[in-house]
Ligand binder design. Structure first.
Ligand code: ASP
Length: 304
């Protein structure tokens, strides 16, 4: 059984295979219309979601599978009656063929996988990881840059609680000669475990205090939202690094700008028209990458 729990589980070869499969499905959608016929997938979300849940649900249905869903599991499931996550998972695993889970606990996906009779896909585990987001991020980078080896990537915003950057750093670490620049407020800097994860695998990490400390010809800028919902001290005020037209004019015509969304004011709307702003394409790509994953886990790909 193939769970998706953390970006630590992937090899370069697996990513390449997934991206090829994603393109194959994307370019031949009619041929995959019934690939998941007879399969039922549960989406169990204890935290809000727009893109992850809906793109997974769209992906399942575009492949001919069916969905059962609870989008507000914290209030709409038996958790409110005191049921534990493992008990909930044991029960739901008896109804379906795979479970996509989003939960506030960092260890939730592993806990669920330990008791589940069907594959668990981590759709975001607290401030820990968001592996399927990183897969679509790297797919998008790969599509636009052609290769990942040797790239310079600026991660910005909330590097402490931002699970998407944690997963992204782990995937980038699979490639050669990667330099990651980290721009964040001091209290939201990238935890040491991710810095050392990257460095142990040959990557470099360079913390920055302003956009101007990053090279102008940086390949990728990856901005993120401040995850205020995870702040213990709700009075904490943090400086936002806002990408606007002026900031974009500093960077090269080949620099691409990504964001997992939702954005608030960290990217001005005026930047949307810039050809380098790819965040809406990035989220669109997510549906196809998730189709590829589901095909591998539940479709013909699972029989290989
Ligand atoms: N949608 C992403 C996540 O679930 C990013 C965010 O919420 O800021 O982690």
């Amino acid at each position: 059984m193939y769970h998706i729990l953390s970006c630590e589980q992937f090899s370069r070869a697996e990513l390449e295979e997934l991206f090829n499969l994603t393109d194959e499905i994307r370019n031949n959608l009619p041929a995959y219309r019934t690939a998941l016929a007879g399969k039922l997938v549960a989406t169990i979300f204890y935290e809000p979601s727009t893109r992850t849940r809906l793109s997974f649900e769209a992906a399942v249905q575009r492949l001919g599978g069916c969905i059962v869903s609870t989008e507000n599991a914290k209030e709409m499931s038996s958790v409110i009656k005191g049921e534990s996550l493992p008990d909930t998972i044991r029960v739901i695993a008896g109804y379906c063929d795979a479970i996509i889970l989003r939960h506030p606990d960092v260890n939730s996906a592993r806990e669920a996988a330990a008791v589940s009779a069907v594959p668990i896909i981590n759709g975001g585990s607290g401030s820990g990881e968001h592996p399927t987001q990183a897969l679509l991020d790297v797919y998008t980078i790969h599509k636009h840059k052609g290769a990942i080896d040797g790239l310079t990537v600026g991660i910005m915003g909330d590097l402490l609680f931002g699970r998407t950057v944690h997963s992204l750093v782990k995937l980038l670490a699979l490639y050669e000669n990667i330099t990651v620049y980290g721009l964040s407020h001091d209290v939201l800097s990238l935890p040491e475990e991710y810095v050392s994860y990257l460095e142990k695998r040959g990557g470099r990490y360079i913390p920055c205090r302003s956009f101007w400390e990053m090279p102008q010809d940086i390949d990728v800028l990856y901005h993120t939202r401040t995850q205020t919902e995870r702040f213990q001290n709700s009075d904490l005020q943090v400086e936002e690094f806002v990408v606007d037209r002026q900031v974009m004019s500093y960077f090269s015509p080949d620099t691409i700008l990504l964001h997992p969304l939702p954005r608030r004011h960290e990217i001005s709307a005026e930047v949307d028209a810039d050809k380098r702003a790819l965040y809406f394409q990035q989220s669109h790509n997510g549906m196809y990458v998730r189709m590829g994953l589901l095909y591998n886990i539940l479709g013909k790909g699972a029989e290989k």
